[in-house]
Design a binder for this molecule. Sequence first.
Ligand SMILES: *[C@@H]1O[C@H](CO)[C@@H](O)[C@H](O)[C@H]1NC(C)=O
Length: 373
Amino acid sequence: MAANQIRKVSAASARAHTRKSKQGERRAFKLSPNMIALIVAVVGSFLGYAYLSLKAPPPKICGSPGGPSVTSPRIKISDGRHLAYKERGVSKEEAKYKIVICHGFDDSKDFRLAISEELLEELQIYLLSFDRAGYGESDPNPERSIRSEAFDIQELVDGLQLGPKFYLIGISIGAYPVYSCLKYIPHRLAGVTFVVPFVNYWWRCFPAHLSKEAFGRLRVQDQWTFRIAHFTPWIFHWWMTQKWFPSFSVMEGKLDIFSRSDLEILKQLSETPMEGQEKVRQQGVYECLHRDIMVAFGKWEFDPTDIANPFPNKEGSVHLWQAYEDRMIPFTLNRYLSQKLPWIHYHEVPDAGHLMIYNSTHCEAIIKAVVST
Ligand SMILES: *[C@@H]1O[C@H](CO)[C@@H](O)[C@H](O)[C@H]1NC(C)=O
């Protein structure tokens, strides 16, 4: 009996509920302003999403309230930005060779050349590394360009009073600041070394078939990353942070972009974690990593082949070290460049990969070539 009543009551309340919601539906249909509001909200949040994903979040600037703290020596340059640096080897006063190092992608001034203190002492070398703009503890540069990197270096060495000339080593994507110095401040250079230098596939100096062939050998996701950096940099932040398509393979930690010798080096490196790596991206990935790719693979004001021989009287030399098994930088393009630019001493190292500078045998050879000329 009681159970029957309960059933009746709940059936009645269910009917009432259905009636109510039908009325609700009818009302919602009639109340078109509500629908409009809903549509506006949906479209608005989509646009908001699009806007937020296109626009990079502001950087967390070192030393600003709530930002990471400043723990390294820094130089203030003319536009008010700071550049953080690190020195190694003999003092700059007694050094015979003052060498500035331009670190590669996702790296910093804490990148350590695989060369002993004894050898630095013996060869009287002073090493200066610095965080390129937006990396580590150096302020971001929203105006960053190929050109600005050369003048950052010039202001840094002048701030530290290194004297009229210095040597320069650029590693991987750190080659574009070196090309920039060769173009804009060649009179300041005593010698130049490229190590596994990156190439821009849109440099006009490459014969079309050669750059096309090299580009085609990249992973499809990397081709898209470089194309977007080149043609539509305004969606680059979205591309690098979206989850629908794979973007830059290096960021995904895939190992097949490394050669056999690279993997050996990675194994060694993982046993002795390098200091300072946690600081590399602390100001946000956009100002360091994304901007690096956008600048390097963007549109250049000049081609490497537009650069004049910086040492016409052989008062210095330019070395380019290419790893033959490099899977990130195709040797065909750097080989071509060094044929076009006879003042480049081209070293193609067999059995070496993109990480060759971490191998002390190769690193010493590279440094000895710097000081032998
Ligand atoms: C460094 O390079 C040398 C010369 O190619 C090679 O013999 C050696 O095994 C390499 N070391 C490492 C750790 O890869």
